[in-house]
Design a binder for this molecule. Structure first.
Ligand code: NAP
Length: 279
């Protein structure tokens, strides 16, 4: 199955469905990724914080690197200039590759200058270690500041996005600024799947609830990164391109917005190791 792509400012093509790997730590990432590659996925999303880059590198070693769009993310504690460079190089070693297709700032860190971080991202890009740079979990205010000081285009903002958290202002801003929106937790970690509206639409289109939710996001030009360990789910999550939601049905899902996150609640424990503030 060939997955449609969206074009990044660099001209690179980003497949609109990617394989999420959060919580698939160490060896647990291998089988789902193998299944995904067999099924036709050509886009994989990881992060240094997911504790699976080395195992993922082993899983990808037998595959043609040029056939996979590979994204990783730098932890917020590593956003000083030198730390970004070091973290990226360590990620490249673990993933057994000499470039990333996309490198994201995993979370904004209010304790570290975004100018410094974007300078490091630009260096990684100019040296060929990463082909595209972006951010994740940036709100409009943080994103516009990052754009303001960055010498390279911010190609992507990966944010929590699903029918219960639609963030129309942020999505519109990104799309008007040529920044691709990637949906983290596109299934709201399954919370939207038993919504009565979604269930009804699944019945009407003879699809699964997950397919309805993912198709709806893609129709909004949002790239989806569903995570699954099950072969059946992995297969259905990419089988989205031979049906369309009618405009009224699409709009019924729009009406489900509750502005309710499953993970991005902006509550922070600043002593958590990922922030590097406890030292
Ligand atoms: N940048 C960030 O801060 C951030 C945050 C969150 C997520 N992400 C990225 O986005 C990816 C996806 O988000 P997520 O992992 O949080 O959650 P998600 O993809 O919204 O939900 C994953 C859950 O959905 C289930 N599932 C998957 N396909 C299904 C289907 N077809 N039918 C029924 N259930 C299904 C999975 O169970 P089974 O294994 O049983 O299928 C799993 O329990 C992550 O893996 C990560 O790559 C990034």
């Amino acid at each position: 199955m060939s997955v449609p792509t969206t074009t990044l400012p660099s001209g690179d093509e980003l497949p609109v469905v990617g394989k999420g790997t959060y919580e698939l730590e160490r060896e647990a990432v291998k089988a789902p990724v193998e299944i995904a590659l067999e099924t036709g996925y050509t886009h994989i999303d990881t992060a240094e914080g997911y504790m699976n880059e080395a195992a993922l590198g082993e899983a990808l070693a037998g595959h043609d690197r040029q056939e996979v769009f590979l994204t990783s993310k730098v932890l917020p504690k590593h956003l000083n200039y030198e730390s970004v460079i070091e973290a990226a190089k360590s990620t490249l070693v673990d993933l057994q590759t000499d470039f990333l297709d996309l490198y994201l700032i995993h979370w904004p860190n209010p304790a570290i200058s975004i100018r410094e971080t974007m300078d490091a991202m630009a260096t990684l890009k100019s040296e060929g270690h990463v082909r595209n740079v972006g951010v994740s979990n940036f709100d409009l205010y943080q994103l516009s500041a990052a754009q303001h000081v960055s010498s390279v285009p911010i190609a992507v903002n990966q944010i929590e996005f699903h029918p219960y958290l639609q963030r129309p202002d942020l999505v519109e801003y990104c799309q008007e600024n040529d920044i691709v929106v990637e949906a983290a937790a596109p299934l709201a970690r399954t919370e939207v799947l038993d919504d009565p509206v979604i269930e009804k639409l699944a019945e009407k289109y003879d699809r699964t609830p997950a397919q309805i939710v993912l198709r709806w996001a893609i129709e909004k030009d949002v790239v989806v990164l569903p995570r699954s360990t099950s072969r059946g789910h992995i297969e259905q999550n990419i089988d989205l391109f031979d049906f369309e939601l009618g405009a009224e049905d699409h709009a019924r899902i729009d009406e489900l917005d509750r502005d309710e996150p499953v993970y991005d609640d902006r509550a922070r424990s600043w002593d958590d190791d990922v922030w590097g503030m406890a030292e």
